[in-house]
Write a protein that binds this ligand. Structure first.
Ligand SMILES: Nc1nc2c(c(=O)[nH]1)N[C@@H](CN(C=O)c1ccc(C(=O)N[C@@H](CCC(=O)O)C(=O)O)cc1)CN2
Length: 279
């Protein structure tokens, strides 16, 4: 039976560490303020945004909330971002994704100042990650690295298979695993022999957005399995991209859903906010 990688516990530890760091920065007169923008009222986004504001309050940084109606135009949103970019009292800006369909996500991401890009989505932040320069790193992949390190998983020299190639998770995840000296394979919807490729993974990271797609037979005996998916059924029950009951019988360590990768996304956002305070 696999050991559970407890994202809730690890994220709480990280937030505790950050709380102490913020207290020290405040003692030097350094304040932090995160601007949190939500357009529309997608229920899941509202939960995440609220949790981000609570995390800010917990570690001791301010949050300024901008709850904009669904009909907000792209120009209005860009004008708000420009105002926040120019506001010296704001060190971090995030726009909760997804944005409504009439707004172009890329245009919005590109408009946020790279100096305040605590989500790590701006091309300049991604470019820094590619060439190994310091910068903001996308929160979910950064959280996965913390989960692995704090669970004493050796990454160096291991075969890591990442299923999913999104800009937010799959691609930055691959770069971070490469930085840790793993041998990295990215698989996606056009990959042939997906099952065989997954069976070769010492560390298998799944971010494909398909409920319980990865069954036990995809997993090598003793592999570490990281499940990034979150799916809610009609009874409000959460599940990941991995069929947990089967995977836990094969894996040596595994993240649950809920309580695995999800909470780490917010802990690492707080980590980026503290980085922004120091800039
Ligand atoms: N601007 C951003 N938008 C989005 C991001 C992001 O990093 N920046 N990531 C996701 C959503 N997300 C944070 O925003 C997020 C997702 C899930 C969790 C989480 O704690 N999940 C819990 C389950 C919670 C539930 O749904 O009941 C868990 O897995 O235990 C936190 C943050 C997309 N948008």
């Amino acid at each position: 039976m696999a050991k559970i990688i407890d994202g809730k516990k690890i994220s709480a530890e990280i937030k505790e560490e950050l709380k102490n760091e913020v207290a020290q920065l405040k003692a030097q007169g350094i304040e932090g303020t995160l601007a949190v923008i939500q357009v529309g009222n997608d229920p899941a986004s509202s939960v995440y945004v609220n949790n981000k504001k609570k995390a800010c309050a917990y570690i001791g940084i301010n949050s300024e909330s901008f709850e904009l109606p669904e009909e907000t135009t792209q120009e209005e949103l860009l004008a708000l971002i420009a105002k926040l970019n120019a506001d010296d009292s704001i060190n971090g800006i995030l726009v909760q994704l997804p944005v409504p369909k009439h707004i172009d996500e890329k245009t919005i991401i590109n408009a946020i100042s790279p100096k305040k890009d605590v989500d790590g989505f701006h091309p300049e932040s991604v470019g820094s990650l590619v060439i190994g320069q310091p910068g903001f790193v996308s929160c979910t992949p950064a959280g996965i690295i913390e989960l692995l390190k704090r669970s004493n998983v050796t990454i160096d020299g291991k075969n890591c298979v990442i299923v999913g190639r999104s800009n937010i998770v799959g691609k930055p995840m691959a770069l971070l695993m490469l930085r840790e000296n793993a041998t990295v394979t990215i698989a996606h919807s056009h990959t042939k022999n997906l099952k065989e490729i997954c069976q070769n993974a010492d560390i298998l990271i799944i971010a494909i957005g398909k409920r319980e797609f990865i069954t036990g037979d995809y997993i090598k005996e003793g592999a570490v399995v990281i499940d990034v998916g979150i799916h809610r059924d009609e009874n409000n029950k959460l599940a990941g991209d991995v069929k947990y009951d089967e995977a836990e019988k094969k894996a040596s360590q595994i993240t649950p859903v809920p309580g695995g990768v999800g909470p780490m996304t917010i802990a690492m956002l707080m980590n980026n906010c503290v980085k922004a305070m120091k800039k």
